[in-house]
Each structure stands twice: as structure tokens, then as C-alpha cells.
Design a binder for this molecule. Structure first.
Ligand code: UT7
Length: 335
């Protein structure tokens, strides 16, 4: 029987215009460029400003650009999955809103919330729909307006996050050794105590008290998350290499979640790969949560060649983590 796989056949990103630099942050909280640069690797992040602008606006821009560059009619999309932790609203799903804004009318849509690993969980889910044989064109979009849940009086978290969106088109292929080949995903709910949003859900609905206590912002115990992230992202990437006999020389690109330069470097070291094999743009965009991996692929698209071996790796709140092994499906320089 011919094996059906999901191939990534297009990619597009969206980054809002407004830039928030380390220098500007230093006028808002007690921090400085030197601390942020050495501890995180971040220099700037982009922020979505403007009345009534939400995650769906960035997601829709990424999706519209994707459809245009791949010459795909919105009518031909079967399914759109959005990974986000900053939905436009509790319901309906942001995927529904993005599809509406992008003119997608013949599909169904839903969100996945697995924090920063949502981008990989969503990509794997999208691939499964393609592999079923019943869906021909599936869009995955990772989008987050982190600035809507960042406390700009908390210097330990506000320096990290930025806003952006990225979208991928997946289609079936029967070509040998092309497409998404394997995924490893895991979660550990006991890790939620270290990274969460305290209010606004069913346990603690929004009230004057929760707003006064600043409980609608990200709560993060940075060091605990850091330790977990370093071990889990490296472990799961090494596990994928071993499972498929991928040597450091076989790997063309590691595409890691962009959370902290030190975490990315530690992962590369454990995998035995050189920094030149790693896509890194954290210095420009910071941690854009669900958008980091699509944004990297978008920026590196013209360097990607058909048959390139990629490992994508992420971790995030939950805790959640995982990796995807894929063979790139097209020469990016032609797109
Ligand atoms: O993708 C979502 C998952 N989240 C992550 O991956 C985040 C993982 N964690 C991290 O990236 C790091 O833990 C942080 C960047 C959040 C913090 O870096 P750190 O090296 O772990 O710093 P720390 O929290 O241990 O703080 C060290 C010192 C403290 O001062 P004292 O107590 O030593 O005097 C902090 O108060 O640095 C201080 N500090 C700052 N100083 C200047 C914390 N934030 C800042 C700041 N500017 N922005």
C-alpha cells in the first residue's frame, strides 16, 4: 500500500510593525539591554498595537499571504487549525475568526491550546487529517498576541514575549521520504504550577478583585521553567535522532521554539550539532509562543531545499513538549 504523508507545501508569516526595544523596556521597568541580551538573547520584539486588534488579525494576515503565494483558493481549504494561548475571546475559536477574515468558507476550524508546544501539536494534528486521506488542503496557523497577557510591570517576564503569526499549508504526498515522518509529544499537567494565568477561567472568573490583583497576566517561575525546558527539549530531540538514526551530519536544520537563546544553545549542544544548523531569530522577535517555529521556517524558506532533514522541537506551559521529524517538500528559493 502506498504511504500517504503530509507535506508542507507553503509557509507565510506576519509580524506587526511596532518594535519594542530593550532600551525602551528599560524606561518601563528596572532592566537594561545587557541583562536582557546575556540572559535571553533578545534585542527587540514586535507588538500589535491598535484598537480592537487581536490574534486573529495577525493569523488572518499570515493565512491570506499563504493562500496568495501558493495560488490556493480559500474555497479549496478543508480544515484550519489555530494554535494559540491568546484567543480573541474565550469562544468562539480564533480559528473560526481567522478563517472568516481570510475568506475560507468550505472548511471547519478549531483551536489547540498546548502553550508553546501547541504549534507542534497542531502541526501533527493537521498531518493526521491529511494522512487519513479525507482532507486535501489543511492550514495550520500559530498566532499569539502575547502583549495582551504580559504584565509590563514584571521585569522577569515582560522582556521575553512578542506578538506574531505564522501559517503552513499541508497537502498529501506519496513521494518517498518527503513530508512529516514522525512526531513525539508529551505533557505533564503537574508542571502547571510554574507557568499559568491565574484568573479569567472557570476556577476564577474575571472580577474587580482579579483585575486589581493583576491575575490576568502570565504567572511564570522563570528558573523552574528554564530547567525543565533545557532537559525536555534536548531529550526529545535526541530521542528523535536516535529513533531514526539521524546523525548530527544528517540533520540540515534544527528548528527550536524560541524561548531563550541559552535553552536553544543547550539543545544544540546535546544534539551534537553546530549553531549554523539551528534556525534562530529570537534576537528580533523574542518568544512569540505559538508562532516561533512557523516564523523561523518562513524566514529561512529560501534556504530550504527539497529533501532537507528538519527536526522541530518545542516545550511550554502545561508542561508540554515534543519534536517533529520532517523532510522538506520543495525548493524554497523558487517560492
Ligand atoms: O516559552 C514559554 C516558556 N518560558 C520560558 O522558556 C522561560 C524560561 N526561563 C527563562 O528564560 C529565564 O528563567 C528568565 C529569562 C525568565 C530569567 O532568567 P534567569 O537567568 O533565570 O534569571 P532569574 O530569574 O534567576 O533572576 C536572576 C536575577 C534576579 O535578581 P537577584 O535576585 O539575583 O538580585 C532577578 O530579580 O535577575 C533579576 N532579573 C532581572 N534583572 C534585570 C530578573 N529579570 C530581570 C530583568 N532585568 N529583566
Amino acid at each position: 500500500m502506498i504511504k500517504l504523508r503530509a507535506a508542507v507545501t507553503g509557509i507565510h508569516g506576519y509580524v506587526p510593525d511596532d518594535v519594542l526595544s530593550n532600551e525602551e523596556l528599560a524606561t518601563m521597568v528596572d532592566t537594561n539591554d545587557e541583562w536582557i541580551s546575556t540572559r535571553t538573547g533578545i534585542k527587540t520584539r514586535h507588538i500589535l498595537r491598535g484598537e480592537s486588534k487581536g490574534t486573529s488579525d495577525m493569523g488572518a494576515e499570515a493565512v491570506k499571504g499563504l493562500l496568495e503565494k501558493t495560488n490556493t483558493s480559500p474555497d479549496d481549504i478543508d480544515l484550519l487549525i489555530c494554535a494559540t494561548v491568546t484567543p480573541d475571546m474565550q469562544f468562539p475559536a480564533t480559528a473560526n475568526i481567522i478563517a472568516d477574515k481570510a475568506g475560507i468558507k468550505n472548511a471547519f476550524h478549531f483551536d489547540i491550546n498546548a502553550a508553546c508546544s501547541g504549534q507542534l501539536y497542531a502541526l501533527t494534528t493537521a498531518a493526521m487529517y491529511i494522512q487519513s486521506g479525507n482532507y486535501k488542503k489543511v492550514v495550520f496557523v500559530g498566532a499569539d498576541k502575547m502583549s495582551s497577557i504580559v504584565d509590563y510591570t514584571d521585569r522577569a517576564t515582560c522582556v521575553i514575549f512578542g506578538d506574531a503569526a505564522g501559517a503552513l499549508l499541508l497537502e498529501p504526498t506519496t513521494e518517498d521520504n518527503i513530508g512529516i515522518i514522525d512526531s513525539i509529544h508529551q505533557s505533564d499537567g503537574s508542571g502547571r504550577i510554574h507557568l499559568h494565568q491565574k484568573a479569567g477561567g472557570s476556577i476564577k472568573p474575571a472580577s474587580h478583585e482579579t483585575v486589581d490583583a493583576r491575575e490576568h497576566y502570565i504567572y511564570q517561575e522563570g528558573q523552574a521553567v528554564f530547567k525543565f525546558a533545557v532537559s525536555r527539549m534536548a531529550d526529545v530531540s535526541v530521542e528523535m535522532m536516535k529513533k531514526h538514526n539521524i546523525s548530527p551530519d544528517d540533520l540540515d536544520w534544527l528548528v527550536p521554539h524560541q524561548a531563550n537563546m541559552r535553552i536553544i544553545e543547550a539543545t544544540a549542544r546535546r544534539m551534537g550539532i553546530k549553531k549554523e544548523q539551528v534556525m534562530i531569530n529570537i534576537q528580533k522577535y523574542g518568544n512569540t509562543t505559538s508562532a516561533t517555529i512557523p516564523l523561523c521556517l518562513w524566514e529561512w524558506e529560501n534556504q530550504l531545499k527539497k529533501g532537507d532533514t528538519l527536526i522541530l522541537a518545542a516545550f511550554g506551559g502545561g508542561f508540554t513538549w515534543g519534536s517533529i521529524y520532517l523532510k522538506w517538500a520543495y525548493d524554497g528559493s523558487n517560492h
